[in-house]
Design a binder for this molecule. Structure first.
Ligand SMILES: [Zn+2]
Length: 463
């Protein structure tokens, strides 16, 4: 509560210092961009949300129009400052990775594991995520951060731009298209409540097992869930584009593809084992667990000899290699759990909605769905946002997926104000509170809200 009071008074003070513009959406206050940044300090609490009001019905046209206008203003304001901000974040991300690599062979230790985990997570969730959405396409980055070339087209670009368990092309289809434009609908591939129905449906006396399975998934979900599921969506997408008849039912296409189901003989094969292990998992595994530990070991042994160490080289190398492997192994578990904390909790909880039918992009229903099926965490400082993988502005990100990280900082208080004005629920909580809500959905303690189908705006429905 104390945090909330401090945060609110701080916010009020900021607005008093900056005279309110006639239209807070279209004009910056006298303090300029920094005023936006200051006002964006928002500390979310652990407290349970109060009973959530039902979204307005019918959806006001003005609500969607104000959000569209704000999006245009934010896009027009992007430029060299956003590129400088991106470069700063890339430097932070690379410093984490470099710190992890330089210390990996010294001894197994939590600092190295954290550094490796942070570098890996933020490369994905901040750098690759925003670049792949096109957040910097219109800024001058010399073509370095353009969505049409970043990480795609060759193994070289994947290795130099964003090497992870997922194929970049597959991520672009699964996340940028399906997840973002079908949020909370049956075609959303990341619908936690539907994807984990198997666990939810287990009897209550198996609750300890449900929690254990959830913990296992948190620590492994990147290769266990995201790799095969994104690749499946890419294959389905290519299948459709080639105009081939689809041999799979709608349920089979929507059902999650995880390593466990992939291994069962009765599961529909969307791709071959050679493709999956060779093309998707193989490069990251080879670099992360073979090449880099060997490189760290070689560096350490070289430095040891240079400093005049007298122990036998083979013994030093063996110890350094084991240290590296242990650091990479636990760093991997940590980066999985950390990214799960920041990503899986974005759209899950008993106060968020699922929808029937598909809403047209940028229609009033689309904007309402993005807000009422997303949640923000604590926002407002670069360091805090970095630790959240910049997924703490999920509401703003879903309204306009192709903006820069800095634009989301500017947008947050303005979007909150627009939602408040039109009575649209806007949820902002501490990330740990959202983890609890997500786990409650996974194990079946709670369920998502259903948006009444009769409230759907017919003009916006395309299916
Ligand atoms: Zn996104």
């Amino acid at each position: 509560m104390l945090w909330s009071r401090i945060s609110l008074s701080h916010l009020r003070e900021q607005h008093t210092r900056c005279p309110a513009p006639p239209n807070p959406i279209l004009l910056e206050c006298a303090g300029g961009a920094s005023c936006f940044t200051d006002a964006a300090h928002s500390t979310a609490s652990f407290e349970p949300s109060p009973p959530r009001p039902t979204p307005p019905h019918p959806i006001p046209n003005r609500y969607a129009q104000e959000l569209k206008d704000l999006g245009k203003v934010l896009a027009a304001q992007q430029g060299s400052e956003d590129v400088a901000h991106l470069n700063k974040i890339v430097l932070w991300q690379r410093s984490c990775t470099a710190g992890g690599l330089l210390t990996a062979a010294v001894a197994p230790n939590p600092l190295t594991m954290f550094a490796l985990a942070a570098g890996c997570m933020t490369r994905w969730t901040i750098v690759a995520h925003h670049v792949c959405h096109g957040g910097f396409d219109k800024c001058d980055t010399g073509g370095r951060y353009n969505r049409f070339s970043f990480g795609v087209g060759s193994l070289y670009r994947r290795c130099t731009d964003w090497l992870d368990w997922m194929l970049v092309e597959a991520w672009n289809v699964e996340h940028n298209q399906l997840h973002h434009y079908c949020l909370g609908e049956d075609k959303d591939p990341d619908l936690v409540e539907r994807n984990l129905k198997l666990i939810r449906d287990l009897p209550t006396w198996m609750l300890p097992l449900k929690y254990a399975v959830t913990f296992f998934m948190m620590c492994t979900w990147k290769w266990y869930y995201y790799s095969p599921n994104t690749f499946k969506m890419l294959k389905l997408h290519q299948h459709r584009r080639e105009g081939k008849p689809t041999p799979w039912t709608a349920e089979e296409q929507e059902a999650p593809c995880v390593v466990g189901s992939w291994m069962t003989p009765w599961y529909g094969k969307f791709f071959t084992n050679v493709e999956f292990f060779g093309r998707v998992l193989g490069p990251f595994f080879a670099v992360r667990f073979l090449l880099l530990p060997a490189l760290c070991t070689a560096l350490y042994v070289g430095a040891y000899q240079l400093l005049g160490g007298s122990a036998p080289v083979a013994e030093v190398a063996r110890s350094a290699y084991m240290s590296s492997l242990i650091n990479f192994f636990f760093g991997e578990l940590l980066t999985n759990a950390w990214s799960f904390l920041n990503i899986a909790t974005n759209h899950c909880g008993d106060d968020l909605y699922r929808f029937e039918g598909h809403a047209a992009p940028r229609s009033p229903s689309f904007y309402l769905r993005q807000v009422t099926s997303s949640v923000n965490f604590t926002t407002g400082t670069d360091f805090g946002d970095f630790c959240h993988g910049w997924l703490n502005y999920q509401i703003e990100h879903h309204l306009w997926p192709d903006l820069s990280m800095r634009s989301y900082q500017k947008a947050q208080p303005l979007v909150e104000a627009i939602c408040k004005k039109h009575g649209v629920p806007y949820v902002q909580h501490n990330v740990w509170w959202r983890l609890k809500k997500t786990v409650d959905i996974i194990v079946g303690n709670n369920s998502m809200r259903r948006y009444p189908a009769e409230y759907n705006r017919v003009a916006d429905m395309v299916e």
